[in-house]
Design a protein. Sequence first.
Length: 226
Amino acid sequence: MGSSPWAGVVSEDDEARYEAAGFGRPGGLGRTPALLIIDVQYRTVGNSPKPFYDALEDYRTACGDVGWAAVDRIAELLAVFRGRGWPVLYPYVAPKVSHDGGRLAGKVPAIMGVPERGYDFVAEVAPDAASITLPKKHPSAFFGTPLVSHLIDLGVDTLVVTGCTTSGCVRGTVVDAFAYNFRVAVAHDAVYDRTETVHKVNLFDMAQKYADVLGTAELITALEAL
């Protein structure tokens, strides 16, 4: 298993089965990448770095320290994209009101009670004047948003996906991006979730079927070679 991002959770036999079946081949980057920073708001990390259960005192939807660690890596990718003039897009959950919670309000009631401050973008990776922000109401950044329209207009062929949660909005977006025939790369240390097990299992599954899963440093090296 070595230093794979799913080490300690996905077994060697699990990996061997997918390899024997021909899954997990690298897709590679295209020529025109865009960076997606999904739901990196204070409600998903907490107001400051702290352990998970302490972060819940800020927001019941917070992931705590793992989210702040990912923010540091997202900032590195963001610097590369801004330095190259490549597109950066921010799909984010807009504030919820009582009549638009949908099924999520029943499944995760805590998302309906997030204070207004929780919806602010984390300052370290917040949008600038050149960024595109995309409010969404569902996990996938594609569902009910003009994301595809923006990507076509920008001539994008590759999405670098960061943010949260690995098993939710990141995964939903990656699957839809794959379905639209975009090349997809997930920076495994720039996405985050509430538990290590869920995070790692979803990274493994995305890597086998839908995306190239790379560390931020490796991904930056590949991007800088474009």
